[in-house]
Each structure stands twice: as structure tokens, then as C-alpha cells.
Design a protein around this ligand. Structure first.
Ligand code: ADP
Ligand code: ZN
Length: 605
């Protein structure tokens, strides 16, 4: 009988567990319910796949990500583990056949979409075998507080409860605030679960926010100064994806595009071009990326601010999965807020929701959007802000984000703040941000005249300041809760809990303001890829070999070996099987498939 370390090497090619993995695996093997909260790229899959192989019976993995299932199962097969998936991409014939095999005990691990669980044929199958474990991937989907609530996830409990026995339940997610964590435990009825949160921090990611007048120029400039790097540019709308991609192509950048408006075939093609490094730059809406485990993404640029921190961290987190340094740049524009508000108001996507539920979720979406907006305006450490959002304490200074590298000066803004709050107060806390700013600035607009705000005491008091500067102050006051905005669609500005003390002259307020115009350039040596391999030529040769093998088997290259594994081969130049097996990422199964080919290639170079 193998132990878990031997199996880790045999199937996955790794010598040691990463932070948290062993504890979670041991908990599952001890028959306990288990809940792992680990950032993207931390290695959640192994936490259920390895015990899944070791336990007697079948492990069901429930995930909403249909595109992910296929790749996960392909990766299992590469590792020598029998797996299958059941989702709507199978024809009825394929589904029946797969179920037939499953009944005979052919598969150890089965990925299944939540809406299939209570389906008759599926239930028949679960009666014919023993279900050792039910794994709930993307577990935040059970919570209305989560960024991606899926009512079909509520079927999981129903499914578990109708089984004649209770299997182990394990749940995993990459993002969960405290509320969501509690929901997962309550809704899935986890019994005295082992709960483990590993740090959310991705130390190799550099975060920055910029507010450029010309976003395209920033993108183009970034690509020009980072030649050979692969990255994703996220846009909020399909139209923008088209625009940006086309301009990049016209400017000679090898970019491709992805959004829900393209045909299945084009999407598949473009995705492959990106994964296979044929087109190193992908311009896409948030429809792209679920299940993309391309390890060498060197940058993620958000052309627009996304709708919440959960989405942002997930999308930005697609950079640097190989552990190499990578950049996450957010290009903020005031319009992004409006576009997102529009999406929230018109979102009817989730057909399973009742009206009341939908309004509740909208309200939560508005709050989340607000916190996202604060991220774009804060002058404090960006990493600290994100980690704090997920309930993790971190030092206030990381030294590896745009704000930590910018020099700020502390400015006293007590007087401006008093005037701002005074204006909101004296006009009856009835107007939105723009109207208040226009009043302070002394603008002559139709609204100002209609509401007689030109007769307000504060009218024109800040006429010497730019609207841009006043907005900055307003954003800061919102973040610090001197002001609040109502959570309905009108976003009325009102005095916040901290306003009274300052207006009464009992408190002062300072704000950090950047000294230079541009944030300090990040230190050189960003996510290097080819150039820092021990032997760049050999690395290129191995990559080419990997691509040929991957193509021949129709799997993505990283399923064969990751860049990291290839680099290790370059550095250690293994000469035989024993030496090859010492490389991280090379296990028995993979050696059998690819070992000789890679040894030969190394020998030749
Ligand atoms: P997650 O699901 O948490 O986003 P994955 O399970 O996809 O992450 O794992 C991310 C990457 O880390 C994969 O390439 C995986 O093979 C690798 N990995 C997982 N566990 C280990 C380990 N113990 N040692 C080295 N690499 C690992
Ligand atoms: Zn920082």
C-alpha cells in the first residue's frame, strides 16, 4: 500500500505538500468534513483528488465550471487517475455510456454539474456504487453573500440527504468573506468541519491602480516595454474588447479576443491560440478565464474596474500562477462605476431567483461595487486593502504595490472637508455626488439652477479647485465614512457617522496625496520568463517539444509539464530516469508518457 507522499509523487510528480494541503488531506482521510479556503493557484485540486484516489469508492466533485471539468479530467488522465465528467456538453448518448461505465466502477473521480445531481439516471448511478466523498468546488456559490450565487448549489444538500448513508463532504473556494464562510458551513450542513484558511496573499503579484486619460496608450506602452510577455486585458464590455483588440492588432501586437458574443468555434480557437502562446495577449470580457490554468500569464491589465473585489482578485490572480513575478494593473475611469451600476440594475441573468431575492442581491452588489471603487481611490497599501476585504490581517506596507512605491505627502484637508460636509448638509442630503461637486465648484448647469443650488451658501466656495481634486476628496470622505451613499440606484450623498465630530470642529483630517505625477516605476526584473531560464535555448527547445506532445494529445501544454518544471530540467539537466524523477512535476505516470522524449531533447542540446 502506498502512503500519501508516495502517491503525491506517483500521480502528480511532487515531492512535498504545499501549505495547508496535508492538513486538509489528512482531515478528509480521517473521515471528517473539511473546508479549505485557499487562493487561486494554491493547489486545491490535489486536496480532494489525492484522498479521492485513496478512499474506497467514488468521489463526486461538484463544480459549476463546465469548461474546467474537461481540462481537469484530462489532467487526471495524464496523471494516470480514472476520471469522468457529467455535464450538458455531453450528448445524451455519451452521458448514458459514461454513466454505464461509472456504474461498473470504472471511475474514481467524477466531476458533475450541480443541476445534474437530482436527475434520475444520475441518482440510479449513485445507488449502484459507493460515494465516498462529495466535494463542493467553488463553494462560495451556495451563498447569497457570495459574488456568484447559484441556486442550483442548494441542491447539493438535498442530494446528500437522500443518500442512504452520509459521505464525507469537502468544500473549497478561493474567495470567501466571513459571511460566505459561515453560509457554506450552515447551508451544506458541514459537521464539525476542519476549516483551514491559508493566506490569501500572492506575494509574487505586483498591484497597481492608474487613472490615465488615455487607457489605450498605457496598455500599448506596457506591452511595448514588456516584449515577449503573455497577458490578459480585461474589458467590461464586448464592444470594448473588439475595439482594443483591433487597435492592438493594427499596432502589430499579436492579440486575440474572447467574449460571449463570439461563436463557440472562434472562442475555442482564440483560447487555444492564447494557451499555446501563439497569441500572447488576450483581450477579453470576464467570460474568459474560468478554468484557464495557463501558468505563465505575466500580466493582467484591467481596462476597466470590475464589479467587485472578489472578481478582481480572481481575474488578477490568473497572473503568475507559476510563482514568477507578475503585474496586475487596474486602469480606473469614472465611467467604469456607471457601467457597473448599469449592469447591476439590469442583471436578470439568474433565472432561478425570486424578485425579492434579486433585489437583495442587487443591494449587496451595490455595496461590493462601492468597496471596489474604494480600492481604486485608496492611497494606502493595495495588498493590505484586498487582504483586509477578505478578513485577513496584513502589515500596512507591502513594498510591492503601486501605492507602497509611491511617495505621498500628508495634507491637512480639514477645511475642505468642512465645506464639503456643510454643502451636503445645507442642501438637505438629497443630491448625488456630481450635483454637490458642481455646487461647490460653482458650475452653471441646468440642474444647479433647477434646484436653486446657486443660492446655497457653499455655492462656488471651491471654485479655485479642479473638479478632479474635489472628486478625490469626495472618494476619500466616502471611504473614511464621513460621507455615505445610499445603496439604492440613486446613490444619494448623506452625512456619515464620522461627520458630526469634524463639523463641530473637534477633529481634523489629513489625506495622503501623491508627490509625483506618475507612480514610481516598479523595480526592473518583472516576471521574466524565457530570459531567466538557466539555458534559454534548451528552454525553448523543451517548450517546442512540449507543444508538439500537447498538440498530439489535444491537451494544453501545461498539462504535459509546467514552465516551472521545464526550467528545472534546464537547470539540472537530468541524464536518466532516476534524475528525471527528481524534478518537481515529474511523476511515474508522466515519466512513462514523456520522460524519454524530454531526456532525448536534453541530451541533444
Ligand atoms: P487551485 O485549484 O487552488 O487554483 P490548482 O489545484 O489548479 O490550484 O493547482 C495550481 C498549480 O499548482 C497546478 O499546476 C498544480 O499542479 C500545482 N501544485 C499543486 N500542489 C502542488 C505541490 N504540492 N507541489 C508543487 N506544485 C503543486
Ligand atoms: Zn503595498
Amino acid at each position: 500500500m502506498y502512503d500519501k507522499i508516495q502517491l503525491l509523487k506517483k500521480y502528480f510528480g511532487y515531492d512535498a505538500f504545499r501549505e495547508g494541503q496535508e492538513l486538509l488531506i489528512d482531515s478528509i482521510l480521517a473521515g471528517k468534513d473539511t473546508f479549505g479556503i485557499m487562493p487561486t493557484g494554491a493547489g486545491k485540486s490535489i486536496c480532494y483528488q489525492l484522498p479521492g484516489v485513496m478512499m474506497e469508492g467514488v468521489t463526486l466533485v461538484i463544480t459549476p465550471l463546465i469548461s474546467l471539468m474537461k481540462d481537469q479530467v484530462a489532467a487526471l488522465k495524464e496523471a494516470g487517475i480514472r476520471g469522468a465528467y457529467f455535464n450538458s456538453s455531453l450528448t445524451p448518448g455519451q452521458y448514458r455510456k459514461a454513466l454505464e461505465y461509472a456504474k461498473q466502477g470504472t471511475y474514481k473521480i467524477i466531476y458533475v454539474a450541480p443541476e445534474r445531481l437530482m436527475n434520475r439516471e444520475f441518482l440510479d448511478f449513485t445507488r449502484a456504487v459507493r460515494i465516498a466523498m462529495v466535494t463542493v468546488d467553488e463553494a462560495h456559490c451556495v451563498s447569497q453573500w457570495g459574488q456568484d450565487f447559484r441556486p442550483s448549489y442548494l441542491k447539493i444538500l438535498e442530494f446528500v440527504e437522500q443518500l442512504p448513508y452520509r459521505p464525507v463532504i469537502s468544500a473549497f473556494t478561493a474567495t470567501a468573506t466571513k459571511q460566505v464562510r459561515e453560509d457554506v458551513i450552515r447551508i451544506l450542513k458541514l459537521e464539525e468541519p476542519t476549516v483551514l484558511t491559508t493566506g490569501f496573499d500572492r506575494k509574487n503579484l505586483f498591484f497597481s491602480v492608474q487613472k490615465p486619460g488615455n487607457k489605450y496608450r498605457v496598455v500599448k506602452n506596457y506591452i511595448d516595454t514588456h516584449p515577449g510577455k503573455s497577458g490578459i486585458i480585461y474589458c467590461l464590455t464586448r464592444k470594448l474588447v473588439e475595439e482594443v483588440c483591433q487597435r492592438l492588432n493594427e499596432d502589430g501586437v499579436e492579440a486575440t479576443r474572447y467574449h460571449a458574443g463570439l461563436s463557440d468555434e472562434e472562442r475555442r480557437q482564440n483560447q487555444d491560440d492564447f494557451i499555446y502562446d501563439i497569441k500572447p495577449v488576450m483581450v477579453a470580457t470576464n467570460a474568459f478565464g474560468m478554468g484557464i490554468d495557463k501558468s505563465n500569464v505575466n500580466f493582467v491589465i484591467h481596462y476597466n474596474m470590475p464589479k467587485n473585489i472578489e472578481s478582481y482578485y480572481q481575474e488578477a490572480g490568473r497572473a503568475g500562477r507559476d510563482g514568477e513575478k507578475a503585474d496586475c494593473v487596474l486602469l480606473y475611469g469614472g465611467k467604469d462605476v456607471i457601467t457597473n451600476q448599469f449592469f447591476i440594475e439590469k442583471d436578470n441573468e439568474n433565472e432561478e431567483l425570486e424578485d425579492e431575492e434579486r433585489e437583495l442581491i442587487r443591494q449587496r452588489d451595490r455595496i461590493r461595487l462601492k468597496k471596489m471603487t474604494f480600492y481604486c481611490h485608496t492611497n494606502e497599501c493595495l495588498r493590505n486593502y484586498i487582504l483586509g476585504y477578505f478578513g485577513e490581517k496584513s502589515p500596512g506596507y507591502c513594498g510591492n504595490c503601486g501605492n507602497c512605491l509611491t511617495q505621498f505627502e500628508e495634507k491637512d484637508i480639514t477645511a475642505e472637508t468642512r465645506r464639503f460636509l456643510g454643502c451636503v448638509d445645507s442642501s438637505g442630503q438629497r443630491y448625488g455626488l456630481n450635483v454637490i461637486i458642481d455646487t461647490l465648484h460653482g458650475s452653471d448647469t441646468e440642474k444647479i439652477r433647477r434646484y436653486y443650488l446657486d443660492e446655497n451658501d457653499y455655492y462656488g466656495m471651491e471654485s479655485d479647485k479642479s473638479v478632479h481634486y474635489l472628486r478625490k476628496i469626495a472618494d476619500y470622505l466616502l471611504m473614511k465614512e464621513y460621507l455615505i451613499q445610499t445603496d439604492d440606484r440613486y446613490s444619494i450623498l448623506q452625512l456619515g457617522p464620522k461627520a458630526a465630530a469634524l463639523m463641530a470642529g473637534k477633529e481634523t483630517l489629513t489625506m495622503k496625496i501623491a508627490k509625483e505625477k506618475e507612480p514610481a516605476a516598479r523595480p526592473a526584473k518583472s516576471g521574466q520568463n524565457v530570459r531567466d531560464a538557466a539555458d534559454p535555448l534548451l528552454f525553448e527547445a523543451l517548450r517546442a517539444l512540449r507543444l508538439r506532445l500537447a498538440r498530439a494529445r489535444s491537451v494544453p501544454p501545461y498539462v504535459v509539464f509546467t514552465d516551472k518544471t521545464l526550467k528545472e530540467m534546464c537547470a539540472l539537466r537530468p541524464k536518466n530516469k532516476a534524475e528525471m524523477l527528481r524534478i518537481s512535476g515529474v511523476g511515474e505516470t508522466k515519466f512513462k508518457k514523456y520522460g524519454e522524449a524530454f531526456l532525448e531533447e536534453i541530451n541533444k542540446n
